[in-house]
Design a protein around this ligand. Sequence first.
Ligand code: FAD
Length: 594
Amino acid sequence: MAGFAPRLDDINFTLNHVADLEQVSKLNGYQHADPDTVATILDEAGRFFAEVMAPLNQIGDQQGSTLGEDGQVRTPEGFKEAYQKFVEAGWAAAHMPAEWGGGGLPYLIGVVIEEMFKSANLAFSLAPLLTHGAVEALVRHGSEQMQGDYLEKLVSGEWAGTMNLTEPEAGSDVGALRTKAIPQGDGTYRLFGTKIFITWGDQDLTDNIIHLVLARTQGAPPGTRGISMFVVPKYLLGEEGRPGPRNDYKIVSLEHKLGIHASPTCVISFGDAGEGAVGYLMGEEMAGMRNMFTMMNAARVGVGMEGLAISERAYQQAVSYAKERLQGRPIGADPTVSVAIVEHPDVRRMLLTIRAYTEAMRCLLYVTAQEGDFAAHGETEERRKLAEDRLALLTPIVKAWSTDVGVEMASLGIQVHGGMGYVEETGAAQYLRDARIAPIYEGTNGIQAMDLVMRKLPLEGGDVAREFITGMTEVLEDMNDHDDLGESRDQLTIAIQGLAETSAWLGDRLASGDYDAALAGATPFLRQFGTVVGGWLMARSAVAAKRAPADADPEFLSDKVNTARFYNEHLLPQANGLIPTVKGGNDLLSEASF
Ligand SMILES: Cc1cc2nc3c(=O)[nH]c(=O)nc-3n(C[C@H](O)[C@H](O)[C@H](O)COP(=O)(O)OP(=O)(O)OC[C@H]3O[C@@H](n4cnc5c(N)ncnc54)[C@H](O)[C@@H]3O)c2cc1C
């Protein structure tokens, strides 16, 4: 199994020359995050995740987390110590709010740290992902009392958070949930109900776990309008805010899963002993879905990151194997000599495909995270609004495109290994098993595609998407200065036109009320959108590399241009192949008998 080392050259290049770290570091509150300081921080982070978290990836897969007879979940060997180091080194808090003891780094940098953790150990990385979501919800919607009780410990990583939406009858349709919350007359509620699939729903890493639970109060209307959010700690707070009595819920079982074995996926029965789990209402009654969206948007970007991170890990593993494995030879060469498989054009195609998609996803993730920083800290109302709109448009694409591509790249990584990819010891198979959940949780990719078409395309009467697509053409002019980018420019021009065409077609379907036709084309449209955005950002990378930034190595820059050209000349043309599928309508689907 190959080791893991973050590709800091590409990470720093993308941060500085595709995203605009310098501009982000000028935003109010981020002045300490100048590019040089950030490069030093990321260097340290890279070492930490490669040395402490990556070696536990395969152990976590093999041992998995387990549920003891005492109802307590235990994590695999080494996880507890590694988590302690993660907290002590401050990585848990790096981009958390400074007023609650966090490092106050931009979200953009938090996302890069997340990438490293996820590449190193995807299953483990889910614990802080959910904690960060809980912090965000508490900062935005928690009462002063709640913030005082929980935030510092969640920010530092001393305690962890979880997100409890799903129930047996309420998956994609969260509005169907039945967990009940009964007011006690003293400001608290008692919760009764069963939640399933709760990631890191219990563990032995932290002294307390703060569950954010969606439930329905008495008399609440059906559907999402009637949902409220509650803070339900594992241990109710005792003296001086320390963990006191155990709350009334039980971990009923852990799911046996295809991958992410180290991440305990729990069935939780709230109110199992009959008393009801003590819950504290967050925000107002029936504002639960709005509060949950605060967590979900960041979590969707975080899950999109899983596609990138696993693809990077699969790439490193595949390159390492391809350089060592001797098999075959070029046509007509000495039959007694075998070459490393990395010499074969088809293997090089696979490797470059993984690298190109990985780098395109990296661009997309960082540019999206940067919009998150501008949305929160932009200097003018206008800039904040622009960033919010772009973030809203890009979030379903980040989540669904990156995770679908991540699964495909993990599979291609196996293909590079031949039979050795299908057996477990190389680790390549684990990446595919681990990656497979990402298109499912945090809203399935089908639901993301619906969100893109039904809610994001119509934003501001369609102007947000139209202006974004038109904005992508700006890079075409910069490409004119470089003869070897001519073919990439032509392909990108055609692909952007194709995207404008399908967007307009979908807009017309929505305007005429032909929703089924629009929904039938939603998933291929999202794929097309992601592929074209990838082409646009890889074109920007190529132009930036051509301008030869002084801080970069010439070989890296030449590789960067080559990879960007490969993306735009070999992969991007597939985008327009999706046009007939997007516009295919619903007739054949509705007529099919199953
Ligand atoms: C390992 C794991 C970890 C998880 N972690 C958490 C967690 O921490 N907290 C939490 O609350 N939940 C968690 N989940 C739950 C996860 O978010 C749900 O599984 C997911 O939202 C899908 O719900 P479902 O499984 O009920 O599938 P369903 O909703 O039954 O969907 C099945 C299929 O139907 C499609 N579909 C459903 N409705 C529609 C529609 N209206 N239009 C078109 N297509 C539709 C879906 O896209 C999907 O392809 C986790 C799940 C797993 C497996």
